[in-house]
Design a protein around this ligand. Structure first.
Ligand code: ADP
Length: 550
C-alpha cells in the first residue's frame, strides 16, 4: 500500500486561489478594468458568469473541505444551474437570458454571444461542480466517477492552456478547443489539481487503492496528441510523449507502462495521417518514426527500472516480515521461559522448606548417611532456586526501554564497593582508566560490569592474586571497552560457547556460579546495540572486549 500524505492546507489554498481568481474578475467587470477581464487586449475575456462560477466553485470547495455539507451542495447546485443552462443554450440555439442577467457591462469586451461563457468553459464548470457533488456523496462509485470528471476538468484546462502556449497571441486560433480565456484555463488547471489532491486520499481510505492515474494519463496523452497535430513539422513535439511515459512509473502495475506506450504509439501513427496533409510523407514518417523510437526506448527503460525497483521492494518487504516473525517467536519464547521458571519456583521452594523441616524436627533420629543425603537435597534445591532466579533475571533483560545517560565511572565504583569483601579476600588489584558516559539502561550496565569484574576475580590462578585492568577507547562511532585479567584463561574452543546460558567450564566445587553471567552480558549488549567477545590464552589470562554506541 502506498501511503499518500497530503496536506489539507494545500487543498484549502487551491480552492482559495480559485475563489480569488473569480472574485478578481468579478471586480474587473464591476469596476470596468479590462486587464482583469481578459489579461491582454485581443485575448478572450472571462465572462461575468464564468467568474461568478469560479467564486461559487472556490466557496463550495472550501465548504466541502470544512464539512459544511449544506453550503457545499447549495453552492455547487447553483453552479450546475448556471453552467448547465449556459451549455444548453449552444445546441438549442436559445437564450435563457442568463448571460447578461448580472453583468450589463458586456461593452467592455465584445464576443459573438454577449456575456456568454465559452462552451468548453461551461462544460468544465458543469464537470467541476458535479465533481464536488459526487465527492459529497462519498460512495465508492461516486468517488471513482469524481476521479474521471475531476481529471477531465484538468484536461480541458490544459488543452486550452497548451493552445495559448503554442500561439500566445490568441488561443482562439486553436478552434473550438481554446475558446476559453487564458486565466479561465489556469482556473480549471488549479481546480483539476485540487480535485486530484482531494480524491487521492479518499480513494485510499475507501478502497485502499493507490491514486487512479488513468484519467490523468488519458487526458495527458490527448493533450500531447492535440499539440502534435497542431505542430506537424516539429520533431521535438513527439518528445512530449515522454511526459506521460515517465509519469507511468507511478502505476503500481508495471504492465501499464507498456499500455501507455502502446496508446502513444496509436496516437503517433494517427498523427501521420493528419500531418501528411501539410507535409511531405517522407518527412512526416521520419518525424513520427523518431517519436515512436523515443516512446518505446523510454517505456522499456522505465519498465525494467520499475521491475528492478519492485523486486527490491519485495525483497525488503520479505525481510521485514521475517524480522517481525522472529520478534514474535522471541516474545513467545520469553513468555514461556517466564511462566516455566516462575511455576518451577513453587515446587523447589516446597522441597527446600520440607527438607529444612526434616532437619529441624528429626535431626536426632537420623543417622549420618541420612543427614548427608538431606544436605545434598538442600544444596540441590538451593542451586535450583538460584538457577530459576538467574533465568528470570535473564528474561527481564531488554524489557526496559527507557534509557538515560549513564556515567560508567560511577557504575564501576559502585560495583567495586559491592565486591569489596571479595577484592580484599583475594588481594585483587583493579586499575580502571577514565570511562565515558553512555546512553543506556543503568541497571543492565551495572550488571554487565559486575559480571565481568567478579569473573575476573573469581577465575584467578591459585598462585597469583588477580590483577584487573579496565579501559575504554573511542573508535568509528562507538566505544570499545576491555576488562582484562591475569587469571586461568579460556581455551579457544570455548571462546564463543561461554556466552550460552548455563554453559560452564568447571565443576561447581572448583569455582562457584550458575553459568549465566556471560549470557546476561551478551543479552545486555544486544539490547544496547553493542557486541561482546573474548581473547584469551590459557594460563596467562583473558580479556573481555565489548562495544557500546557512542
Ligand atoms: P559463571 O561465572 O557463573 O560460571 P559465566 O557465564 O559468567 O558463568 O561464565 C561462563 C564460564 O566462562 C565460566 O564458568 C568460566 O569457565 C568462563 N569464564 C568466564 N569469565 C572468565 C575469566 N575471566 N577467566 C577465565 N574463565 C572465565
Amino acid at each position: 500500500m502506498r501511503k499518500i500524505l497530503l496536506n489539507p492546507l494545500i487543498n484549502t489554498a487551491l480552492f482559495a486561489l480559485i475563489l480569488l481568481l473569480g472574485a478578481t474578475v468579478v471586480l474587473g467587470w464591476k469596476l470596468e478594468i479590462p486587464a482583469l477581464v481578459r489579461v491582454f487586449p485581443g485575448l478572450a475575456p472571462m465572462q461575468f458568469n464564468n467568474a461568478l462560477c469560479f467564486v461559487l466553485l472556490g466557496l463550495s470547495g472550501m465548504a466541502y473541505l470544512n464539512n459544511i455539507r449544506w453550503a457545499c451542495t447549495s453552492l455547487a447546485g447553483l453552479g450546475i444551474v448556471i453552467s448547465g443552462l449556459t451549455l444548453l443554450q449552444y445546441p438549442l440555439g436559445l437564450d435563457f437570458g442568463i448571460d447578461l442577467l448580472l453583468a450589463k457591462e458586456e461593452t467592455i469586451v465584445k464576443t459573438a454571444y454577449p456575456g456568454r461563457m465559452a462552451p468548453n468553459s461551461a462544460l468544465s464548470h458543469l464537470l467541476a461542480f458535479s465533481t464536488l457533488c459526487l465527492l459529497r456523496m462519498g460512495k465508492v462509485f461516486s468517488i471513482r466517477t469524481a476521479g474521471w470528471t475531476g481529471a477531465t476538468v484538468l484536461g480541458l484546462g490544459l488543452v486550452s492552456l497548451a493552445g495559448y502556449v503554442i500561439n500566445p497571441k490568441g488561443g482562439y486560433s486553436w478552434g473550438e478547443l481554446t475558446q476559453m480565456a487564458i486565466h479561465t484555463s489556469f482556473g480549471f488547471v488549479i481546480a483539476g489539481v485540487a480535485f486530484a489532491y482531494v480524491i487521492a486520499p479518499k480513494r485510499m481510505s475507501l478502497e485502499n487503492k493507490a491514486f487512479n492515474l488513468w484519467p490523468y494519463m488519458i487526458l495527458l496523452l490527448l493533450v500531447v496528441f492535440f499539440i502534435d497535430m497542431q505542430i506537424p513539422q516539429g520533431v521535438a513535439v513527439g518528445l512530449l510523449y515522454l511526459i506521460p511515459i515517465m509519469l507511468s512509473w507511478f502505476f503500481n502495475d508495471r504492465r501499464n507502462i507498456l499500455i501507455v506506450a502502446a496508446a502513444a504509439n496509436v496516437l503517433i501513427v494517427l498523427d501521420i495521417v493528419f500531418a501528411t496533409q501539410y507535409l511531405e510523407r517522407d518527412a512526416v514518417v521520419f518525424n513520427q518514426t523518431m517519436s515512436l523510437i523515443n516512446v518505446w526506448v523510454s517505456a522499456l527503460i522505465i519498465f525494467f527500472l520499475k521491475l528492478a525497483n519492485q523486486k527490491q521492494q519485495e525483497a525488503v518487504k520479505a525481510e521485514l516480515e521475517k524480522a517481525a516473525q522472529l520478534k514474535q517467536k522471541n516474545k513467545e519464547l520469553q513468555e514461556l521461559t517466564y511462566v516455566a521458571s516462575h511455576d518451577l519456583q513453587e515446587p523447589v521452594r516446597t522441597i527446600s522448606s520440607f527438607s529444612d523441616l526434616l532437619v529441624a524436627s528429626y535431626n536426632d533420629k537420623l543417622d549420618d548417611e541420612a543427614k548427608q543425603y538431606l544436605r545434598f537435597i538442600r544444596e540441590a534445591s538451593a542451586r535450583s532456586q538460584q538457577l530459576i532466579v538467574d533465568l528470570l533475571d535473564y528474561n527481564r533483560i531488554g524489557q526496559e526501554t527507557k534509557t538515560e545517560r549513564v556515567d560508567l565511572n560511577t557504575i564501576v565504583s559502585e560495583v567495586l564497593a559491592d565486591l569489596s569483601v571479595k577484592i580484599k579476600e583475594e588481594n585483587a588489584i583493579i586499575n580502571c582508566k577514565k570511562l565515558p558516559t553512555v546512553k543506556g539502561q543503568l541497571l543492565e550496565l551495572r550488571l554487565l560490569f559486575q559480571n565481568l569484574i567478579s569473573n575476573a576475580i573469581k577465575f584467578h590462578k591459585p598462585d597469583a592474586p588477580p590483577e584487573i585492568n579496565i579501559t575504554a577507547k573511542r573508535q568509528n562511532g562507538h566505544y570499545e571497552f576491555s576488562v582484562s585479567d591475569n587469571g586461568i584463561g579460556i581455551d579457544e574452543t570455548y571462546h564463543s560457547k561461554i556466552f550460552v546460558v548455563f554453559k560452564r567450564l568447571h565443576k561447581k566445587d572448583e569455582y562457584d556460579g550458575t553459568g549465566i553471567g556471560l549470557a546476561h552480558c551478551k543479552k545486555i549488549l544486544e539490547h544496547h546495540n553493542g557486541d561482546i567477545w573474548v581473547e584469551s590464552t590459557p594460563g596467562e589470562g583473558s580479556t573481555f572486549f565489548f562495544t557500546l554506541p557512542a
